[in-house]
Design a protein around this ligand. Structure first.
Ligand code: ZN
Ligand code: ZN
Length: 116
């Protein structure tokens, strides 16, 4: 099991998303990987289609970049009591949106291959 880097929920497998994280830029100048679960990947995709600017967020919740436009992503987190899920608002930068789209495209391509 691994914890999603966006919502913190543990999943057997996560989707790799390549981000440019400023805190490790010296070690990984071409970008580093974050793992998010499938639900969050789709939440990011939805949020990218309908971008809602976030005010008051300091940095991107995925890559940690500051002083860039941030957009709201609503993720669903399971909880142990009614209604068993809670909505969490996260702030994502446009670079990370692109990275999520890239991951989605790669996944679609892999699915295609399995069909043939
Ligand atoms: Zn997640
Ligand atoms: Zn970001």
């Amino acid at each position: 099991m691994a914890d999603c880097d966006l919502c913190g929920v543990a999943r057997p497998t996560l989707c790799p998303v390549k981000v440019n994280a400023p805190d490790v830029k010296a070690a990984y100048p071409t970008g580093t990987w974050r793992g998010i679960n499938e639900e969050c990947l789709h939440s990011c995709h939805e949020a990218n289609l309908n971008r809602m600017p976030v005010n008051g967020a300091e940095k991107c919740d995925l890559c940690g970049t500051r002083n860039v436009p941030l957009f709201q992503v609503t993720v669903q987190v399971p909880i142990f009591q009614e209604p068993y899920r809670r909505e969490l608002n996260k702030a994502i930068c446009s670079n990370c949106f692109e990275a999520c789209e890239e991951t989605l495209r790669r996944r679609e391509a892999e699915k295609e291959e399995h069909h043939h």
